[in-house]
Design a binder for this molecule. Structure first.
Ligand SMILES: Cc1cc2nc3c(=O)[nH]c(=O)nc-3n(C[C@H](O)[C@H](O)[C@H](O)COP(=O)(O)OP(=O)(O)OC[C@H]3O[C@@H](n4cnc5c(N)ncnc54)[C@H](O)[C@@H]3O)c2cc1C
Length: 339
């Protein structure tokens, strides 16, 4: 299992920023991962697991080892009249898992179509889109504890899922490597979730009145393609910021000046605002500086037009945070993992 040295990692992150990693290694299973972690070269240096690199921004060379998760496999591990339990290796492409589920007639993750990245990273930030999060179908996961190489099973409670949050992003950060995830998916008849975003509008446009999970998946794919930049064409990591959750009074204060501001209930006395709307209102949408900027169709997405450094994009994100604080008194938080 050779290690690559001084590897260029531009092709390993969807922002497409150039950076070097001291070492890059790959693993296909827990055994290979344990062997990698025990290598003398990798002692006493930072070690980071990388999936599809679609939620990271490298702001500098990485002075340690990037370990690429290539744990494959997908199988049904349990089944009853109404559900199937599907176990997927952490290295399986997320969208590949969704397409496979849809093709088999298993429901629950069709709204999460076309999210880039790998299965192993999905629990990290409880990926979500169009009114669905993975916590809704999550059953268990197996993770290797870096300390002692043991494999630990986490159920939904232990994962502490929240909005773009989990145990693995906070308390358990850099202590575990997710090896596989099991999802509990539905057999027909499915409870479809078409009320969020423009899914129902897209289904009408497609001429569909009784949608299947495949129709919902197709609608989500069409909407995402029309709104989000394809990382293969223009570097980005999707939403750069989280939607801020603020006290009702804060939202009401902003609404006095902007009655059209979108706001969604987020628990007792709290409201979720749309970060993209705030950024657009502050005039950043379509902003461009040399090789980087803010996407012109979706202000929540920062982009690398080509040749930008991670540090330039990071600096821009700081300027946006400052500007939103000044303009609306709201503190944005980065969703993307900064390295
Ligand atoms: C165009 C675009 C659209 C997007 N849309 C959405 C969206 O709608 N909803 C959404 O939630 N996200 C979205 N994202 C963000 C991203 O796709 C997800 O967060 C995805 O789950 C990241 O997967 P990855 O394999 O690329 O993770 P990486 O970027 O490789 O890693 C992300 C983090 O997880 C850690 N990690 C990765 N794998 C493991 C593992 N096996 N064990 C432990 N830690 C691990 C890494 O160390 C890193 O900290 C989008 C991104 C892009 C580029």
């Amino acid at each position: 299992m050779p290690l690559q040295r001084h590897a260029d990692i531009r092709s390993m992150n969807t922002f497409g920023v150039s950076a070097k990693a001291e070492y890059v290694g790959r693993f296909n299973d827990a055994e290979e991962l344990r062997a990698l972690l025990a290598m003398p070269e990798l002692q006493g240096i930072p070690r980071m697991i990388l999936g599809g690199g679609s939620n990271v921004l490298f702001t500098r060379d990485f002075p340690g080892a990037l370990l690429l998760n290539e744990v494959m496999g997908m199988k049904v591990v349990r089944e009853d009249d109404s559900h199937v339990w599907v176990k997927a290796g952490a290295g399986v492409g997320w969208h590949e898992l969704v397409l496979n589920a849809v093709a088999q007639g298993w429901g629950g993750i069709e709204n999460l179509s076309l999210i880039p990245g790998k299965v192993g990273a999905a629990p990290m930030q409880n990926i979500g889109a169009y009114g669905v999060e993975i916590k809704d179908t999550f059953d268990t996961l197996e993770a290797l504890r870096i300390d002692d190489g043991s494999v630990v099973i986490f159920d939904r409670e232990a994962c502490l899922f929240g909005y773009r949050e989990s145990f693995f992003k906070r308390l358990g950060r850099e202590q575990y490597v997710i090896l596989n995830v099991t999802f509990r998916l539905t057999k027909a008849p499915h409870a479809l979730n078409t009320s969020y975003g423009n899914i129902s509008g897209e289904l009408v446009r497609m001429g569909i009145s009784s949608p299947t999970i495949k129709d919902v998946s197709d609608a989500v794919i069409a909407i995402r393609r029309s709104k989000l930049p394809d990382p293969a064409v223009i570097g980005n990591a999707g939403s750069f910021f989280k939607n801020p959750v603020v006290a009702v009074e804060v939202a009401e204060r902003i609404k006095q000046e902007h009655p059209d501001m979108p706001a969604y209930p987020a628990g007792e006395g709290m409201v979720k605002l749309a970060a993209g709307w705030l950024i657009e209102k502050a005039g950043w949408k379509g902003y461009r500086a040399n090789g980087y900027g803010v996407h012109d169709r979706q202000a929540l997405v920062l982009v690398n037009h080509g040749g930008a450094t991670g540090n330039e994009i990071f600096t821009l994100s700081g300027e946006i945070i400052e500007s939103i604080k000044e303009r609306f008194g709201v503190e944005l938080e980065r969703e993307v993992n900064i390295v």
